[in-house]
Design a protein around this ligand. Structure first.
Ligand SMILES: [Cu+2]
Length: 155
């Protein structure tokens, strides 16, 4: 009964968010704000909840959507946002991590094709323990941030 009700609710909900379980990891709404038509890079966001009892770490992302992909964080120096690479994003048991605008994000560099609002971009999240998890990044409406012009330091 409960399950039937839940699937009914999911069917009724607008397709604005998506989520999945991968073992103990709840992966919520991988998304990419629609990049400009000529953009060379884009940022990706996702929320991940570790519902197990063992520490986990997001260590990489792979996708045919970009020539290279890395994990970034945003730091502020003299009021200017700068992005720096991260080796990994630890997710302690019971913790929820948010890759979100102005903070940590997936950086897609060298985009291989267009991304229109509503597209689902296939990708693989790579975790230290859970290994590879196939996901889809939903292309959301643009957030007005042009990531290709941001300071990425020396990668
Ligand atoms: Cu970045």
């Amino acid at each position: 009964m409960k399950r039937a009700l839940l699937s009914l609710m999911l069917l009724a909900a607008p397709a604005l968010a998506h989520d999945q379980m991968a073992g103990d990891l709840h992966i919520i709404h991988p998304s990419i704000p629609a990049p400009a038509a000529n953009a060379r890079s884009a940022a990706g966001y996702v929320t991940i909840s570790n519902e197990g009892d063992t520490p986990e770490e997001l260590i990489g992302v792979r996708t045919p959507f970009a020539a290279s992909t890395s994990l970034h964080t945003t730091i502020f120096e003299d009021g200017i946002a700068k992005m720096r690479p991260l080796i990994g994003v630890p997710i302690a048991p019971g913790e929820v991590i948010n890759l979100e605008p102005g903070s940590m994000h997936v950086m897609f560099m060298g985009l291989t094709g267009p991304a229109m609002v509503g597209d689902m971009i296939p990708a693989t999240l790579i975790f230290r323990h859970a290994g590879e998890v196939a996901v889809e990044f939903m292309v959301d409406p643009a957030d007005g941030v042009d990531h290709s012009t941001m300071d990425h330091g020396k990668n």
